[in-house]
Design a protein around this ligand. Structure first.
Ligand code: DGL
Length: 274
């Protein structure tokens, strides 16, 4: 019998914790192992090759820790590395393990959320420039028009907890306005970066109640649950003692403090670097 282990959750930094929170709410008995590559974050403005290389290292680390399944809880990594890892690396390094991302689950439901048929996507430069959202959305809802805008300043603002300062608010308002200016019928905005849910209320206040602002975590958790029901060969390899372990490439003390803010609970991490 194959070894059992936790669900691995990977992000460049802290943003994946917003996804982890929803995964734990949906699958409370499962074990999770979170790895944040905080020492090398942000990934958003890095090249395709570098994001792929870093993400593959993280996936291998999580496999080595015994995770049969890894969720790339990072849009940038999902956009730039997921396909290559699934198609090229996985068959060689761990053919029975699985790696899933956050873009496909989000695009599967986005078409149902918009009434006007115009959605806005806010993400890192890496995610937006990859074109992954328009490409994936065209598969599930080809009638929906996609209006994208890259927000390269947002992750650094959030990671440094400056998004509520006056200057931070100004940057955020300008980016939201730039996207809304693309089409007056936009009625749904996807926060296509796992860091952005901490800005949800701020963005809702900017765009008003007629426009829905969608965070991905709950969608990803819902889809993962359905995936596990459909894939008992993976589900039976997942341990269920309701625990979560944290690893970071940053100094654990620094990670623990910021992670506690994102997760609203005490976090005690271990160090891992490449
Ligand atoms: N949280 C990541 C995402 O969802 C990006 C953060 C970064 O730029 O490293 O895209």
């Amino acid at each position: 019998m194959e070894l059992q282990g936790p669900i691995g959750v990977f992000d460049s930094g802290y943003g994946g914790l917003t996804v982890l929170a929803e995964l734990r709410a949906k699958l409370p008995q499962h074990d999770f192992l979170y790895f944040g590559d905080n020492a090398r974050a942000p990934y958003g403005n890095r090249s395709f090759d570098v994001v792929y290389e870093f993400t593959l290292e993280a996936v291998k680390f999580l496999f080595d820790q015994g995770c049969p399944l890894v969720i790339l809880a990072c849009n940038t990594a999902s956009a730039k590395a997921l396909r290559t890892i699934q198609q090229k690396d996985l068959p060689q390094i761990a053919p029975n393990n699985r790696v899933l991302g956050v873009i496909r689950p989000s695009t599967e439901v986005l078409g149902e959320r918009t009434k006007s048929g115009h959605v806005g996507i806010l993400g890192t430069a890496g995610t937006i420039n990859s074109g992954s959202y328009p490409i994936e959305l065209a598969k599930f809802a080809p009638e929906v028009a996609v209006h994208q805008h890259a927000c390269p300043m947002w992750v650094p603002l959030i990671e440094n907890q400056q998004h509520e300062h006056e200057a931070g608010r100004l940057f955020i308002a300008e980016d939201v306005q730039a996207m809304m200016n693309q089409h007056q019928a936009i009625d749904t905005i996807l926060l296509a970066c796992t860091h952005y849910p901490v800005l949800k209320q701020q963005i809702e206040a900017l765009v008003g109640p007629a426009i829905q602002v969608v965070a991905q975590g709950a969608i990803v958790a819902e889809k993962l649950n359905a995936y596990l029901v459909a894939h008992p060969e993976i589900e039976t390899r997942l341990t269920k003692t309701a625990t979560t372990k944290f690893f970071t490439s940053e100094t654990p003390r620094v990670f623990d403090e910021k992670a506690s803010y994102f997760l609203q609970q005490e976090v005690a991490s271990e160090h891992h670097s490449f």
